[in-house]
Design a protein around this ligand. Structure first.
Ligand code: ADP
Ligand code: MG
Length: 511
């Protein structure tokens, strides 16, 4: 009996020793892994650094490229597309107008009743229609017939308030957010499809012509008065709300900017100078690149693997389509080289674009003391359970390991999103510099307002806060004269307003 007890005690002691040795080994291994993870984090932080001096270089490079793109066609990575919009809404617009917004899997039809300065947008109605996937890869006729048909059904529900005087044709502002070579305010040829659309016979065609043919086919008498993209629609909607709006920036799936340029500052424009002396330029700034941009190995690899390598570099480090993917790539390296999620890389983590920017934003904004949102996101999306990661024994032996891990994820989100936000602010500074609005002039009280829109700006609060504070930091005392406004979905109403300011009936009314 005594012998058995001694024996059992010895076995227990041995087991305890073995366990202790295991724990020590684990601790040593884990501290090595942890050090590696920290090294990867530190390296990312260094490479993504955006000190003020660097941002100023980016802003200067943006302004230089803007000059080059305005000087000649193909003179810069920035296309600086002449939009033919030389009249932005003033508030005097009256009458009923339609708008169509096509740029993704849904399109929207909209009608507004404009009542001049007193009544403003007196009434508006809209409907959202999803595009059947087969039409996104079918023929031009099929897509535009579908759109025209939906528009006709919408027009059929028009209430009396919207009725035009007899003999007047309905007019439409068409927001088409794909690359277009604009040929006039209401015509432009499609350069290429993006965002999952692929309709070969539409490439090279005049988009307005295609829509107009379909409108005729369905028997809808409507004239396309303006063809614009979402940036220009946002600028128009922003200007309508505030006459000091001089530029618009979209931060959504992608990113782009448009602004009001002096017509005489556009050397590549050979037409008559517009009466207003102004012209809206669609910068296509997503394609900006510069040696001053802080790029990492993750950005380079993501670009190489993308559908458009070498293109849209600015967009790829700033916009909603990519931020989550950059995070995934960093986590992949941590999983591989620092066993960040245990001994194997979670299979889901290897799937490109599985970690979306809204997920990243939710994790970044996690305010719970144990960061449980991060825990549940990682579990739901990557099927990683952090309490089991870094091996079960470790998480039992060293308390808070998983919290430590979650905190690293917050830091990664911070580094990646703040780089994007600060670079977007540098881009805005570049536009202000080009316009000479980045400094305060003696005795002048000039206010410049920039209208921002897009899901990233709207929903990723830490991103938008960082953008705004960075702009203040860069502008110094001039920051009092620069205002950022959120133009909530201004682009739909904006297109209808542009139809109004480019209406065929304007001249008649003015004379
Ligand atoms: P689009 O740019 O496609 O026209 P939106 O302006 O609505 O459409 O932007 C949608 C994009 O905004 C999404 O692709 C996503 O990247 C980003 N986004 C949406 N919601 C969030 C969110 N909660 N946090 C961060 N980014 C978001
Ligand atoms: Mg949009």
């Amino acid at each position: 009996m005594g012998k058995v007890a001694v024996c059992t005690a010895a076995v227990c002691a041995a087991a305890v020793c073995a366990a202790a040795a295991l724990v020590v080994r684990h601790r040593m291994r884990s501290s090595g892994r942890w050090a590696k993870a920290m090294a990867i984090l530190k390296e990312l932080e260094d490479k993504c650094g955006t000190p003020t001096g660097k941002l100023r270089q980016v802003a200067d490079a943006m302004a230089v490229e803007m000059h080059a793109g305005l000087a000649s066609e193909g003179g810069s990575k920035l296309k600086m597309i002449i939009s033919y919009v030389d009249n932005l809404p003033t508030g005097d617009e009256r009458g009923s107008f339609y708008a169509l917004d096509l740029g993704g899997t849904n399109f929207r039809v909209l009608r507004v009743l404009l009542g001049g300065k007193e009544k403003r947008v007196a009434k508006q109605e809209f409907e959202e229609v999803s595009i059947p996937p087969d039409l996104m890869i079918g023929t031009s006729d099929a897509l535009f017939d579908f759109i025209a048909d939906a528009l006709k059904k919408f027009v059929d529900t028009e209430g009396e308030d919207y009725h035009l005087s007899p003999g007047r044709q309905r007019e439409l502002g068409f927001t088409f957010s794909f690359p277009v070579k604009q040929t006039s305010i209401a015509s432009g040829t499609l350069v290429k499809w993006t965002k999952g659309f692929s309709i070969e016979d539409a490439v090279g065609q005049d988009i307005v012509g295609e829509l107009t043919k379909s409108l005729e086919r369905v028997g809808l008498d409507m004239r396309v008065a303006a063809l614009v993209n979402d940036t220009i629609g946002t600028l128009a909607g922003g200007r309508y709300d505030n006459p000091d709006v001089i530029a618009a920036v979209i931060l959504g799936t992608g990113t782009n900017a448009a602004y009001v340029e002096r017509a005489h500052a556009i050397p590549k424009w050979h037409g008559l100078l517009p009466k207003s002396g102004e012209m809206v330029i669609n910068m296509e700034w997503g394609n900006f690149r510069s040696s001053h941009l802080p790029l990492t190995e993750y950005d380079v690899a993501m670009d190489v693997d993308s559908l458009n390598p070498g293109e849209q570099i600015f967009e790829k480090i700033i916009s909603g389509m990519y931020l989550g993917e950059i995070l995934r790539r960093v986590l992949c390296r941590m999983a591989d080289e620092a066993a960040f999620f245990g001994d194997t890389i979670p299979p889901k983590l290897k799937i490109p674009f599985i970690l979306r920017t809204p997920h990243m934003s939710a994790m970044h904004h996690d305010t719970s003391s144990d960061l449980k949102v991060i825990g549940s996101k990682l579990k739901d999306i990557l099927e990683v359970s952090l309490s089991l990661s870094l091996s079960l024994s470790l998480s039992l032996c060293i308390s808070n390991t998983s919290l430590k891990t979650r905190k690293v994820i917050v830091e990664l989100c911070e580094i990646i999103s703040i780089r994007g936000a600060r670079l977007a602010a540098a881009g805005i500074l570049g536009v202000l510099k080009k316009l000479g609005r980045d400094t305060v002039k003696e005795g002048e009280k000039q206010s410049s307002v920039i209208a921002l829109d897009g899901g990233l700006y709207e929903h990723y609060t830490k991103f938008s806060n960082a953008l705004e504070s960075t702009l203040k930091e860069l502008l110094g005392e001039a920051s009092d004269s620069i205002v950022i406004t959120h133009s909530n979905d201004g682009s739909g109403v904006g297109a209808a307003l542009l139809a109004a300011s480019h209406s065929q009936y304007l001249e008649v009314e003015d004379s």
